[in-house]
Design a protein around this ligand. Structure first.
Ligand code: NAD
Ligand code: WQD
Length: 339
């Protein structure tokens, strides 16, 4: 496969994946409506790779936008990052989430089919496991029990993809369930740039480090874990980006529909992450313990065997690397991609 259409390619994970693809000499076409990213990302991608991906400002819900791209480019594979992803917002605006994420995915798949493009990689999430009965989770664990509409969009799209694979054997589909992507490109030129108050742990911590927030609120220290805080499987965004290359190679084998968890296999607590950032910072980071956050599960981390064995994916960065690179990005870009 040579030419990859990356939807949501100017977003956090998309942009890092585009860099990885360009470095490996894939041709990249991006469609993004810039609802949660900036066009300046393209300059940064060019600075890192020496190449500028073809960019279409457009929407995956627009058949016109998609057809233009499929007519003008010979696309071999689509990676679908485009979607809304804020858990709390999805509780307030469920219809917007179902419309953007689910309808968007359906339109994209329909237009792929019409245009004879049958390779699809989908950004799913560990959230589809709900509150897992035990950890580590593997891909055979039951899905369901999502605690918010965002998570439910991922669950439903996975189900749609399974149904599609039965009905249309020409499709080859790789569902990637990401655990907790954090970190940034080691160059300090690209990273996570959330709008407003960050919902997620790592960008909140880096905003405290850069002086934009007073202190980290740790949501609960009375969980049944060694230090009382929740445990997650944090994965460096550059490792995650590489996971998509592994998925593209797998699709070349025409496997039908396949599912992989992408994580490191290592669980880290909120305090472990805080300490990794303190190491990068060289001084303590202020925090206080706050009440639990609704919907948080105690522990979620993955088994890595299936991805290692079937697609050769192994994460190489640890949480200290993630903290160092996230801090390097935030320090060099205190206001993200703003000029
Ligand atoms: P992001 O918001 O940075 O990137 C998503 C991009 O999609 C943005 O650039 C946005 O402008 C674009 N977009 C949204 N709706 C669109 C539409 N209808 N048409 C065209 N473009 C559209 O998010 P991210 O963190 O890079 O996540 C990428 C994907 O991975 C998402 O689908 C997300 O749900 C999934 N995911 C993310 C995480 C995480 O923690 N970041 C974890 C698991 C899964
Ligand atoms: C991690 C830990 C918090 C912020 C979410 C989505 C999930 C996926 C990844 C897309 C938890 C604690 C956080 C803060 C804190 N996204 N925390 N203070 O909740 O594992 O997953 O992002 O698919 O669907 O739910 O990640 O980074 O929000 O939280 O104490 O200010 O940090 O309670 O234990 P989470 P997170």
């Amino acid at each position: 496969m040579k030419t990859i259409l990356v939807t949501g390619g100017t977003g956090y994970i998309g942009s890092h994946t585009v860099v990885e693809l360009l470095n490996l000499n894939y041709e990249v076409v991006i469609i993004d409506n810039l609802s949660n990213s900036k066009e300046m990302v393209l300059d940064r991608i060019e600075k890192i790779t020496g190449k500028r991906p073809k960019f279409y400002k457009g929407d995956i819900r627009s058949r016109e936008d998609l057809n233009k791209i499929f007519k003008e480019n010979k696309i071999d594979c689509v990676i679908n990052f485009a979607g809304l992803k804020a858990v709390g917002e999805s509780v307030r605006m469920p219809l917007e989430y179902y419309e953007n994420n689910i309808y968007g995915a359906v339109v994209l798949l329909e237009e792929m089919k019409k245009n004879g493009v049958f390779n699809f990689i989908f950004s799913s999430s560990a959230t589809v496991y709900g509150d897992p009965a035990s950890v580590p989770v593997d891909e055979t664990f039951p899905t369901g029990g999502t605690t918010n509409p965002y998570g439910t969009t991922k669950l439903f799209i996975e189900r749609i993809l399974q149904d599609l694979a039965v009905a249309e054997p020409e499709f080859n589909i790789c569902i990637l369930r990401y655990f907790n992507p954090i970190g940034a490109h080691p160059s300090g030129l690209m990273g996570e740039d959330p709008n407003g108050i960050p919902n997620n742990l790592a960008p909140y911590i880096t905003q405290v480090m850069v002086g934009k927030r007073e202190k980290l609120n740790i949501f609960g220290d009375d969980y049944d874990t060694p230090d009382g805080t929740c445990i997650r499987d944090y994965i460096h965004v550059c490792d995650l980006a590489y996971g998509h290359v592994c998925a593209i190679k797998k699709l070349e084998e025409k496997p039908g529909v396949v599912v992989y968890n992408l994580g490191t296999g290592k669980g880290s607590s909120v305090f472990d992450i805080l300490h990794a950032f303190e190491k990068a910072y060289g001084k303590p980071i202020p925090y206080s313990v706050a009440p639990r956050r609704a919907g948080d599960v105690t522990a979620n981390y993955t088994k890595v065997d299936k991805a290692a064995k079937e697609i050769g994916f192994t994460a190489k960065y640890n949480i200290e690397d993630m903290a160092r690179d996230a801090w390097n990005w935030q320090k060099n870009n205190p206001n993200g991609y703003e000029e």
